[in-house]
Design a protein around this ligand. Structure first.
Ligand SMILES: [Zn+2]
Length: 402
């Protein structure tokens, strides 16, 4: 069981990949403080644009939600209009029925009068005759009036039925409109999510870039130069101690992942496992702390130290640190504990924030040249004293002079 667990841990750390840190897309590495400031300004502009997009999308969602509320009110109104129309139809039908009955009675009466041949029967009695004609005329007039009322009622029913059809169509159209709005809102929420995600990224990038600017200002204040203008070289400000050779950054460990491109992303360092969280991480070479990125979403606490070994300038970097003991501008020796191994509790799998680790390990890398805000893939080398080989293990800090 224990063995299975350790095999799983090794597999887990193999899958840990950190893309080249700080995805600040510069055309070339920044050379001057001015370059860094320009990049910072560009990032801030991007953030503003993103904020504006977020705001615009939120407004659009609000507008669509209002349109839905209005359409729903219209549907409710149409429903009440339909009910009124139905009531009108019912009333008209009732009137129609009773009037039809009345008219039928009258028509039957006229028919009876005609069939009795009343004209002939009462031809001799003028008074009776007149009375009869008047009576018949009156009856006919009433019948005529009834017919007109019947026609009117039938028209009214037809109108109300048409109204009902129209209102039902209107309801259908409004429902379709609401569906369209709801789909649009769903899309907009999707947009909003990506803006939110971008905002997180850009905030980290701004924070990092700002810390680079601050680091160099600090580095220069501590250097013999004491001040760095926007147009002068960043490298003028780094005073780094002398190293005869390299030491391993840990007392023991085993390489669980090597340098190279895998599954589309570039892993710019060695992953060294075999140590629990909290194990001290030492400086592989003495130098000046030149960069620190805290709580990066892929890499966690990332520390950069400028070193010179055998007269050659390098950047050394240490990621996923649980704790960091030094700050930018500090001079460190090979005995300095830079921080502690992390990568287990800091991983998202175990409730942390770092998406690029699953188990305790140190991501240790070396690149040619001093740190300028990002690690250029072309400058990455296999850390001296190590083979770029998975499974390689060591049990002391063994010095390496190369
Ligand atoms: Zn790594």
């Amino acid at each position: 069981m224990k063995k299975l667990f350790s095999i799983l841990m090794v597999i887990a750390t193999v899958f840990v990949y950190v893309a080249s840190p700080m995805q600040v897309k510069a055309a070339s590495d920044p050379q001057t403080l001015g370059d860094l400031k320009n990049e910072l300004a560009a990032l801030k502009k991007k953030k503003q644009e993103n904020d504006a997009n977020q705001k615009y999308t939120q407004d659009q969602i609000k507008a669509k939600e209002n349109a839905i509320t209005a359409a729903e009110a219209e549907i409710t109104q149409a429903q009440s209009d339909i009910e009124t129309a139905e009531q009108n139809i019912e009333d008209s039908n009732k009137k129609l029925d009773s009037l039809t009955e009345e008219t039928k009675t009258l028509l039957e009466f006229i028919q009876q009068m005609k069939s009795k041949n009343a004209y002939l029967e009462y031809i001799s009695g003028a008074a009776d005759m007149t009375e009869l004609v008047m009576r018949m005329a009156a009856v006919e007039q009433i019948t005529d009036q009834s017919q007109k009322t019947l026609d009117n009622l039938e028209n009214l029913i037809q109108e109300n039925e048409q109204l009902k059809v129209d209102l039902e169509q209107k309801q259908k159209d409004l429902s379709a409109k609401i569906t369209t709005y709801q789909e649009k809102i769903k899309d907009l929420h999707g947009d909003l999510e990506s803006y939110d995600k971008f905002a997180l990224d850009i905030d980290t990038q701004i924070k990092t870039m700002q810390s680079q600017v601050d680091s160099y200002v600090k580095l220069c204040a501590n250097s013999s130069k004491s001040y760095l203008g926007d147009n002068e070289l960043l490298t003028d400000c780094t005073n780094v101690p002398y190293n005869a050779g390299w030491l391993k950054p840990l007392n023991k460990g085993k390489i669980t992942s090597t340098i190279g491109t895998r599954w589309g992303s570039y892993h710019n360092a060695l992953d060294i496992g075999g140590n629990p969280e909290g194990t001290p991480v030492y400086a592989a070479a003495a130098g000046t702390v030149s960069g620190f990125v805290s709580h990066y979403r892929c890499g966690g606490n990332m520390l950069y130290v400028n070193v010179t070994v055998g007269g050659v300038k390098y950047t050394t970097y240490y990621y996923h640190l649980l704790k960091v003991n030094v700050k930018v501008g500090d001079i460190v020796t090979q005995g300095t504990v830079l921080g502690l191994v992390g990568g287990y509790s800091t991983s998202t799998e175990h409730g942390g924030y770092d998406t690029c680790t699953t188990g305790a390990h140190l991501h240790f890398g070396v690149a040619k040249g001093y740190y300028t805000g990002s690690i250029n893939k072309a400058n990455v080398i296999t850390p001296p004293g190590f083979p770029n080989q998975k499974g390689y293990s060591f049990s002391s800090r063994t010095a390496y002079y190369g």
